[in-house]
Structures are given as structure tokens and as C-alpha cells.
Design a protein around this ligand. Structure first.
Ligand SMILES: [Mn+2]
Length: 327
């Protein structure tokens, strides 16, 4: 019996099958943890989603930003569905879309297994969140996703703010939790997320830290496994295990064994033809490119891939199919 965590699949079905072969996955005894972003950009999102769904009795999944975007698209009118990229379009227009998306919507944002000693989240945790607090706030979002108002949440989840504050309420609160769990890479010590900095540590502006090394962060009593940050590569330190190794960008797909004493890592080459990098984010119209005379241009522009490592890196946009550029 083995428990394996697997990094962001992003619609790379063939790669996923190769990795399951390499770890000799046996559905009779083994378990799989998927770190989220099962879909988008890999070209085989429908097959990938069907595969994970078929393994659901053996699989634990946390939702990533691309998974949430897919759920949001699934709620749109058919003509709107036809406007999204072909990879996601095939999912939302498939005969079994209701079953696949209904199942996906029931997955967690944060998974905790105290017996095994691990917490899984797609992106990150707010600086002050212990594992108990993270699980509690994730449950707030999960309850809405599973309840009658889920479509409203999916319509209103896009946007970069507000920063987390325990006094937030309503949709702002849910959006803030979603952004932390599914989109965070760098943040300030007070938990303000930088959505535009996606490169490897060292490329970020002063005052920002990888979420797992923010000064003053909470002590965490479980090891953490996460994905989302392909430019980071396989990163294991301080109890955090980031395993998105950019399979969709021509990197690798990573499995990390969670049970047992030693941290076994198995990787297979990613997609043969790397996905094209996403288009650069267009600067916001309400934020002029240059503001003469103001504070020496401290504000950084949102040139999508800037800093996202050339070649096989490319963290990608956070929620590309969203109608709003700020997502
Ligand atoms: Mn992601």
C-alpha cells in the first residue's frame, strides 16, 4: 500500500498514465493525492478529468484555480461555453460534463490527514493560518460549492482582492480564501498576495516572500504538499513540498510518496509539445502605464509572463478563461 501525491496534471493525460505506470499504481491498495489543476492547456483535459474521476475511490483531490475556472465556465450559457479554449470546451460540452463537474465541485480546497501527517492545498496558506485554521476556512468555501448557491459563488469568485482578514464577510471572504488556497505564490508578511510575480524566489520585489517563508508565519504541525508554482520546480524545505514541475510546459510530472519514512520522488517527462505560454496580461485600463511624478514607479505592471522563467517554466496566468483581466 502506498500513498502518492501528484503535481499539476493540467490536462496531460498521456503523461499522467506514464506516471501511474512508473509508480506501479495499484487501485486495489494504493491511494493518490492530486494537488489540483487537473485541467487546462494540456490538450487532454477531458481524458484527464475522466481518468481521475474513474479513480475517485482511490483519489483525494484539492481544487486548483484552473479547476475552479472550469466549474465557472460550466455554469455559463452554451454560446459562452463555445468561446473558451478548445481544451476546456471539450469538457464543458461533453455528454458526461454534468457528472464530471458535479464530482469536481464536491472536492476540497484543503485536505488534511492527521494520521498520515500531511496537508494538501493547491497554492498556499495565509501567513497566520495553522493547519486547523486553514481547514476551517477551506470548509467555508467547500460548503457553498456543495450547496444551492454555488453558481453565484463561481460568478463572483474572480478578482484579486481583498486581502485576507478574519473579519471579512460574504463573497469577499470566500474570494479571499479561494485566492489564498488556489492562486498564492508570493505575499507580504501581512498576507497581501502578489498575483503578478510568478518567477523563482529572488525575482520578486522587496517586501514579498514565498508564502511558505514569510517572516512571522504560523507554526504548522503537518507536512504540506502543494502545486501551482511551476517556476519553483520541485521544492522541498521547511516542511513544504511543492511538486508542480511544469508537465504542461515541457517540464516533468512529479509523484511524491507520502507514506513511509523516506521521501521518494518519481518523475516522468511532461507533455511532448509544451503548451504555448499564455498571453500577457494587458495592463489595466484604470492604471496608466506611466504616472509621471509619482513615487518612482513602485507599482509593477502585469506583463503576464515576466519573471516566470524562460523556457519550460511559465507559471501561467491564474485563471485564464475568466472574462475579467484581473483574474
Ligand atoms: Mn494553479
Amino acid at each position: 500500500m502506498a500513498v502518492w501525491a501528484i503535481g499539476d496534471l493540467q490536462g496531460c493525460y498521456d503523461t499522467t498514465r506514464r506516471l501511474l505506470d512508473r509508480i506501479r499504481f495499484d487501485p486495489a491498495v494504493d491511494r493518490l493525492w492530486f494537488c489540483g489543476d487537473l485541467v487546462n492547456r494540456g490538450g487532454q483535459s477531458l481524458e484527464t478529468l475522466r481518468l481521475v474521476h474513474s479513480l475517485r475511490a482511490n483519489a483525494t483531490v484539492v481544487l486548483g484555480n484552473h479547476d475552479l475556472s472550469l466549474l465557472a465556465i460550466g455554469e455559463r450559457r452554451e454560446e459562452e461555453k463555445r468561446k473558451v479554449n478548445p481544451d476546456l470546451q471539450r469538457v464543458v460540452l461533453a455528454d458526461d460534463a454534468d457528472e464530471l463537474l458535479g464530482w469536481l465541485r464536491g472536492q476540497d480546497l484543503v485536505h488534511v490527514d492527521r494520521e498520515l501527517g500531511w496537508l494538501m492545498v493547491h497554492a498556499g496558506l495565509a501567513p497566520k493560518w495553522t493547519t486547523h485554521v486553514a481547514r476551517k476556512h477551506a470548509a467555508e468555501v467547500e460548503a457553498v460549492l456543495r450547496g444551492p448557491d454555488y453558481a453565484k459563488l463561481l460568478r463572483n469568485m474572480y478578482g484579486d482582492g481583498p486581502s485576507w482578514n478574519p473579519r471579512l464577510q460574504g463573497n469577499d471572504r470566500l474570494r479571499s480564501i479561494i485566492n489564498i488556497c488556489t492562486r498564492m505564490r508570493y505575499c507580504s508578511p501581512r498576507g497581501r498576495i502578489s498575483f503578478e510575480d510568478k518567477g523563482a524566489p529572488g525575482t520578486q520585489p522587496p517586501g514579498l516572500y514565498p508564502w511558505f517563508s514569510v517572516p512571522g508565519r504560523a507554526e504548522r504541525d503537518l507536512r504540506v504538499v502543494c502545486g501551482h508554482w511551476s517556476a519553483l520546480g520541485l521544492h522541498i524545505s521547511g516542511g513544504v513540498h511543492a511538486i508542480d514541475t511544469g508537465a504542461v510546459w515541457g517540464g516533468k510530472l512529479t509523484a511524491l510518496r507520502l507514506d513511509g519514512e523516506d521521501l521518494q520522488v518519481v518523475q516522468v517527462p511532461g507533455r511532448d509539445t509544451p503548451a504555448s505560454p499564455p498571453r500577457a496580461r494587458t495592463p489595466r485600463q484604470d492604471a496608466p502605464r506611466r504616472e509621471p511624478g509619482r513615487q518612482g514607479g513602485r507599482r509593477r505592471r502585469g506583463h503576464g509572463n515576466r519573471g516566470a522563467t524562460g523556457g519550460s517554466g511559465g507559471g501561467g496566468q491564474d485563471a485564464p478563461p475568466a472574462p475579467q483581466p484581473g483574474s
